[in-house]
Design a protein around this ligand. Structure first.
Ligand code: APR
Ligand code: PHB
Length: 401
């Protein structure tokens, strides 16, 4: 049976970045990804990178194209009640900002690096089970090229997303899940049109939430709140543009620029946390352990924060034999995870209109948005959460290496 130090289940951003960070520490790993390369590289997800994620990608040697093509954003705009309010991120957070660089591009950069100089990255390798979490040699069972295979590991990391199998290595009696589903979804489009606004626009409207984001100076990414179960086929392009106009235009403001729609899909909204994030020699990272609704764009950033903490912990273990950081892994990550869960829930529930929402709730939402627009403290609270903590583990975590 083949053996590796760290078996990584899933080749999304979490698994790929972890493999890369371990490689740079001289720790060997094998990444097993069930899908093919094209699918993984083209999966549309959010594209806002916090400073710690940008730093992590640079440290991983994957920052070259990001630094050339990524767009640094120093503000976001909130639109509500017919008006617009800009949050100046560096002014509110002691100089921090965010980078707009799509997750598809992050994944392409990491895949190229891993194939060029990392350990094995197997596409079309579907993991069936992870066994022996309580032993010194957990085993990953998977199928590849029609054959059943096994990989023995010192540690296994489940980076296999929300529907992954790795979390089943935590005994059911010990696994705790916390979950919220929301009574609305997002209809997202990509359009070949230069973004009309320099920064991201988050719009509260009684017709429902809308978001104007971007992928590049020539590609817009736009979202509309829609009812759960919406068929994208019921939204011809013309209907989408008309609705975006109604929700995004502040009084006297510009409409989004129109252009050919190149992708259209509906995304459900969910909050979910699985605890603990470690059982024996199996550790969970990224969406395998936690999901946030996309409103705060925290998913990729949480995944990157987990694997930074984990790479450091595994490196300490390999260099010194100490399991101190591994033992602290779940608690360290969960502090940041729950902060981001709260922020994502807050952004989601403050900006969306529930089906049949009563006017009292709408008034409360507007009062809260007004507070952010008029109180530097409330604005700083939102901005700090938006740009994320200054260190991967967050401010209150125990020190590093
Ligand atoms: N065997 C092998 N691979 C698997 C298996 C399995 N049984 N199950 C799932 N996978 C793969 C998926 O195909 C996917 O490529 O695991 C990968 C998980 O990747 P993501 O879902 O992208 O999760 P993660 O790497 O944690 O990245 C988090 O993704 O969902 C977004 O908003 C989230 O941006 C955040 C990021
Ligand atoms: C995106 O560009 O896809 C995006 C940006 C910001 C969000 C969510 C999604 O809050």
């Amino acid at each position: 049976m083949r053996h590796t130090t760290v078996g990584i289940v899933g080749g999304g951003p979490a698994g790929l970045l972890l493999a890369r960070l371990l490689h740079l520490e001289g720790i060997d790993s094998v990444v097993l990804e069930s899908r093919d390369r094209a699918y993984v590289e083209q999966r549309q997800r959010a594209g806002i990178l916090e400073q710690t994620t940008v730093d992590a990608l640079r440290a991983a040697g994957a920052g070259g194209r990001m630094d050339r093509e990524g767009l640094v954003h120093h503000g976001i705009e909130l639109r509500f009640d017919g008006g617009a309010h800009r949050l100046d991120l560096p002014a509110l957070t002691g100089g921090r900002s965010v980078m707009v660089y799509a997750q598809t591009e992050v994944v392409k950069d990491l895949v190229a690096l891993q194939l060029a100089e990392g350990g094995p990255l197997l596409f079309g390798a579907e993991v069936r089970s992870v066994e022996g979490a309580d032993t010194d040699r957990p085993v990953v069972r998977y199928t590849h090229q029609g054959r059943e295979k096994e990989l023995s590991c010192d540690y296994v990391v489940g980076c296999d997303g929300f529907h992954g199998v790795a979390k089943r290595a935590v005994p059911e009696a010990e696994r705790r899940s916390y979950e919220r589903t929301y009574p609305y979804s997002w209809l997202g489009i990509l359009a070949d049109a230069p973004p009309a606004y320099d920064e991201l626009v988050y719009a509260h409207s009684e017709r429902g939430f809308a978001l104007a984001s971007m992928r590049s100076p020539t590609v817009s990414r736009l979202y509309l709140q829609v009812p759960n179960g919406t068929d994208p086929g019921d939204w011809p392009d013309e209907r989408i543009w008309a609705e975006l106009d109604l929700r995004l235009r502040a009084d006297g403001g510009r409409s989004p620029n129109r252009g050919p729609v190149t992708a259209k899909s509906v995304l459900p909204m969910r909050s979910h946390v699985t605890e603990p994030m470690r059982w024996g020699r199996v550790l969970l990272a990224g969406d395998a352990a936690h999901i946030v609704p996309p409103t705060g764009a925290k998913g990729l950033n949480l995944a990157a924060a987990d694997v930074l903490v984990l790479a450091r912990a595994l490196s300490r273990r390999c260099a010194t034999g100490s399991t101190e950081l591994l033992d602290a892994y779940s608690d360290t990550c969960l502090r940041r995870v729950w902060r981001a869960e709260h922020f994502s829930w807050f952004m989601t529930t403050t900006l969306h209109t529930e089906p049949g929402q009563d006017p009292f709730r709408t008034r409360l939402q507007l009062a809260q948005l007004e507070r952010v627009a008029t109180s530097p403290h409330a604005a700083a609270e939102l901005a700090e959460n938006y740009v994320g903590p200054a260190t991967p583990a967050g401010p209150s975590a125990p020190g590093g290496r």
